[in-house]
Structures are given as structure tokens and as C-alpha cells.
Design a protein around this ligand. Structure first.
Ligand SMILES: Cc1cc2nc3c(=O)[nH]c(=O)nc-3n(C[C@H](O)[C@H](O)[C@H](O)COP(=O)(O)OP(=O)(O)OC[C@H]3O[C@@H](n4cnc5c(N)ncnc54)[C@H](O)[C@@H]3O)c2cc1C
Length: 477
């Protein structure tokens, strides 16, 4: 007799949903993914992938100038103009092409492993039933042993600065821009605001970054935020600190942003980046017994269970940490738990995150200053019992060769045990350099174990072992 397959319905095909579907299919589930806007989710189609592709493109604009700082100049009499200028329509076409190709690949992978993908909008009618309105208008009712809700989040919209898709934009609307904005006012200096402000600055916009706080990137490592704010200013960005935007309105040929103290900032366009809200309304969650927090996020435990038996949730709709990597891990954990596979609960400790500015800011164990991360005991600046060291990259030989004067490696260790608790790297491609630190934090290595590992000479990772060496405590200490 063959065992009945566990039926799994996944609501939302972003990283929280599609990764879970792949794992569920691999361990024998019968899986349906219902997705409204395109497999891959906002991560692939509008947020993560396109923004990183834009940032990568912007980096090319300054290459001629960068080369000349290293003594490499255009050949005498070369028949080329030294000014690089982006054609935004072409840039955006390439970016959206990449995003759609990735979405297509994910869908193909899902279908190849036997997952049914339905294009439509779903809602729970109870804890084991999902009603789907297909894109065709038809409805379908699916019953499931396990439901995974992974419906993501959407940009926060304020009545006083309503996006119109033309001049006042959310980050989802910038991909339709036909030309690089002449003067872009970015409202909000969190990760999205900071990353996109610098990308458009690189592409040639005049940029004003409006920040309500004392410095950009509130909640992130203070040294890193200060460094990046200085870089922004040195590159010509106007950063307005302690300047809360009260409203953004259209003018005849642009926008005007009025600050709470009455000052005004004008621009050709405004990008509103004031956070996200979970997409949990109208899903029938409360009726199915799923508890929501005051902010509308789905309450989950460390194996992604909600308060309704059989209903799990993953990704931005849970508010654990708004990262594609975390969404995917939550989804994998959920199906492993529901389908009886080996499962390790989500650990905040070893999660690394990156801010894709230039230089990048990568963190692990610290800098993830969400209330959830702090609750889990990750070391934060000034916490008792934590020692720290900051090594500027300026002294690193590889950094000198690469003309890097900005950036640092910072490590945190627990006093007494000398176990590495976290780190911050500010450097080009810090997103790659953070991995050895994350591995050490996850595996609870001591600073001495890290320091004893021989790195390549010359390399930026040499600064990681050097920082660990400096955190060594002699017996007399
Ligand atoms: C500008 C920007 C840049 C970012 N860059 C990074 C980065 O570099 N690295 C990183 O790790 N994270 C990044 N993030 C965060 C990352 O995009 C999110 O954490 C990630 O998208 C969360 O995945 P998810 O599966 O929860 O949701 P999503 O990716 O939003 O997917 C949710 C899916 O659910 C669907 N859906 C919603 N409601 C329904 C419904 N009722 N029925 C059916 N389907 C539904 C949606 O259509 C969507 O396809 C970035 C975010 C932004 C805004």
C-alpha cells in the first residue's frame, strides 16, 4: 500500500514560498503554489534583484575616472569621449529582462519537480482550505494538510505623499522611468533609501536624501552609518538629517517636499522609501485562527508555525527579518517541520545581511538591530560583556593596491570565553567578506581559532584575522 502524499498549498511564490515548495516536493509532498504577481515574488521582480542590478550598473559610470586615479588614462588622441552616460530605458530593459528570466527559471524548476503553479490570488477559508481566484476569473478550492503563507510586504504609503507613478514614486515604480531624474528627492534613509539614493547619484541625478534621524541608516552599526554618510556627502549628495518630511506634492514640472519645520525641498522626482507593510489583509487569517501582531505581521515561532494548526508562515509577512535569505530559510524550515523531516529552528545568530552601498556594509550578529534580533541576545554596540575591535582597511596592503581608503572590519567577542559574537565589514563586496565571520559566529569559534586560520596575502580577509588577533587576551589581561 502506498502512503498518501502530504498536500501542501503555498500562498505566495517569492523566496519564502518557492524555496519551501522545492523542498516540500523533494521530500515527497504534493505541492501547489498560488501566486498573484509572478513567481520569484517582489524579491525577483521589483525589489532585491532589480535594485542590485541597478547598483551594479551605476558603478560603471565612474570607471573612467577611477582608472585615471590609478594612473591609467585614455590613450593620447583616443577617439572616445570620457564621459559615460546611462540610457535609462536601456538600463531598465536589461534589469527587467534579468528579473523576468529569473522568474521564468524558478517557475520552470518548480514545474520540473512536479509543483503545480497557479496564477491567481488566494485566501484561507479555514486552516486547511484555500480559495483561489485564478487570473482567468475562475475560482478553485484547494484543501491542504499544510498551508504556508508567504505573501510578502508592500511599500508603506502615506496620505501626505501619495505615489502617482510619474513623479512621486515607490521603489516598485522606478523601473518605468524613461530618463535619469534630474533632481531626485529620496524620502527615508533606511537601507532602500540609502542604496537607491547612491545608485541614482552614480547614474547622474542630483540627489537630496531626507532623513528624519540624526544620521542615515538608523538602527545599523553607527561607525558604518557615519562612514557611508561621509561618503555620500563627498560624492555630492545632499543629506538632510533631523529633517522629517511632512508631505510631498506634485508641482507643474516636478515635486515639492515640505519638511515638518516648514522648509521645502524641490526636485524633479521623489522616491518614497518609508518602509514596508505586510500583505496580510483580506487573507482570512484571523478567521482561520492565525494571530497577527499589532503591525499586521503573522506571529510565528522558530519553526515558522502560526497559532493555527497546519498553517505556517515565512518571509516578510512575518516580520522576523525582511531579507530574502531569511524568507527562504523560514520556508524551508516550515515544510521540513510539517512533513516530518529533520529540522533545526531558525537561528538569528548567524544571519548575515548586507547594505549594497559603495562601499558595502555587511553585518552578522550585530547591526541586525531588529527587536527580534536583540531579544535573541545578539551583541549590540555597548552591550556589557562584549569586547570589540575596529580595524581600518587603510592599513591593509591589498586595500592600498586597490586604492581603498574607506572601510573597516569590526569584530565583537564575548569577554571571558572569547567567542566571536558578530562582525561588521565595510568594504567593496563586503557581502562576500562577511561569510567567514558568519561561519565563525554560527559555529561559536573563538577569536583565537579565527586568528589561527591563515589567509591569502595580500587580501582584505587578512584584516579579519588581524582583527581577531587583536582581540586575543593574554592570561595577565
Ligand atoms: C528595494 C529592496 C531591495 C532589497 N534587497 C534585498 C537584498 O539585496 N537582499 C535580501 O536578502 N533582501 C532584500 N530585500 C528584501 C527582500 O526583497 C524581501 O525580504 C523578500 O522579497 C521577502 O520574500 P517573501 O517571499 O516574503 O515575499 P515576496 O518576495 O514579496 O513574495 C511574495 C509573493 O506573494 C504574492 N502574493 C501576495 N499576496 C498573495 C495572495 N493573496 N495570493 C497569492 N499570491 C500572493 C506576491 O504576488 C509575491 O509574488 C530588498 C527589499 C527591497 C524593498
Amino acid at each position: 500500500m502506498t502512503e498518501r502524499q502530504t498536500s501542501v498549498v503555498v500562498l505566495g511564490g517569492g523566496p519564502g514560498g518557492y524555496e519551501a515548495a522545492l523542498v516540500a516536493a523533494a521530500i515527497g509532498g504534493s505541492v501547489t503554489v498560488v501566486d498573484r504577481d509572478g513567481v520569484g515574488g517582489a524579491a525577483v521582480l521589483t525589489d532585491c534583484v532589480p535594485s542590485k542590478a541597478l547598483i551594479s550598473t551605476a558603478a560603471y559610470v565612474g570607471q573612467v575616472e577611477e582608472a585615471s586615479k590609478r594612473g591609467v588614462h585614455l590613450a593620447e588622441g583616443a577617439d572616445v569621449d570620457t564621459t559615460l552616460e546611462p540610457e535609462l530605458v536601456e538600463v531598465n530593459e536589461r534589469i527587467l529582462g534579468l528579473a523576468h528570466a529569473q522568474s521564468h527559471d524558478i517557475r520552470e524548476r518548480l514545474e520540473t519537480v512536479g509543483v503545480t503553479v497557479l496564477d491567481g490570488t488566494g485566501r484561507l477559508t479555514d486552516a486547511s482550505t484555500v480559495e483561489v481566484t485564478l487570473a482567468s476569473g475562475e475560482t478553485r478550492t484547494l484543501t491542504a494538510d499544510m498551508i504556508l503563507v508567504a505573501t510578502g510586504s508592500t511599500p508603506r504609503v502615506l496620505d501626505t505623499m501619495r505615489p502617482d507613478g510619474e513623479r512621486i514614486l515607490t521603489w516598485k515604480q522606478i523601473w518605468d522611468l524613461q530618463e535619469v531624474p534630474e533632481r531626485l528627492v529620496v524620502v527615508g534613509s533606511g537601507v532602500t533609501g540609502a542604496e537607491l539614493a547612491q545608485a541614482y547619484l552614480g547614474l547622474g541625478s542630483e540627489v537630496v536624501l531626507v532623513s528624519s534621524r540624526d544620521r542615515v541608516l538608523p538602527g545599523e552599526d553607527a561607525d558604518a552609518a557615519e562612514l557611508i554618510e561621509n561618503v555620500f556627502r563627498a560624492q555630492g549628495m545632499e543629506v538632510l538629517n533631523r529633517s522629517r518630511a511632512a508631505s510631498v506634492e506634485r508641482t507643474e514640472d516636478g515635486i515639492v517636499c515640505t519638511l515638518q519645520d516648514g522648509r521645502t525641498v524641490t526636485g524633479s522626482h521623489a522616491l518614497i522609501a518609508v518602509g514596508s507593510v505586510p500583505q496580510t489583509e483580506g487573507l482570512g487569517l484571523a478567521e482561520a485562527g492565525v494571530e497577527l501582531s499589532e503591525s499586521g505581521h503573522i506571529v510565528v515561532d522558530r519553526v515558522s508555525r502560526t497559532t493555527a494548526r497546519g498553517v505556517y508562515a515565512a518571509g516578510d509577512c512575518t516580520g522576523v527579518l525582511p531579507l530574502a535569505s531569511v524568507a527562504a530559510m523560514q520556508g524551508r524550515i516550515a515544510v521540513a517541520h510539517a512533513l516530518g523531516d529533520a529540522v533545526a529552528p531558525l537561528q538569528i545568530r548567524g544571519i548575515s545581511a548586507n547594505i549594497f552601498t559603495e562601499p558595502e556594509i555587511a553585518t552578522v550578529g550585530t547591526g541586525l538591530a531588529s527587536p527580534a534580533a536583540k531579544e535573541k541576545g545578539s551583541p549590540v554596540e555597548g552591550e556589557p560583556g562584549i569586547r570589540q575591535i575596529l580595524m581600518p582597511l587603510a592599513t591593509n596592503p591589498r586595500a592600498k593596491m586597490d586604492n581603498l581608503s574607506e572601510g573597516f572590519v569590526k569584530l565583537f567577542a564575548r569577554e571571558g570565553s572569547n567567542v566571536l559574537k558578530g562582525g561588521v565589514v565595510v568594504a567593496p563586496r563586503a557581502s562576500e567578506l562577511i561569510f567567514p565571520i558568519a561561519l565563525a559566529v554560527q559555529q561559536r569559534l573563538t577569536v583565537d581559532q579565527v586568528a589561527a586560520t591563515i589567509t591569502v596575502y595580500p587580501s582584505l580577509s587578512g584584516s579579519i584575522t588581524e582583527a581577531a588577533r587583536r582581540l586575543h587576551v593574554t592570561v595577565e589581561d
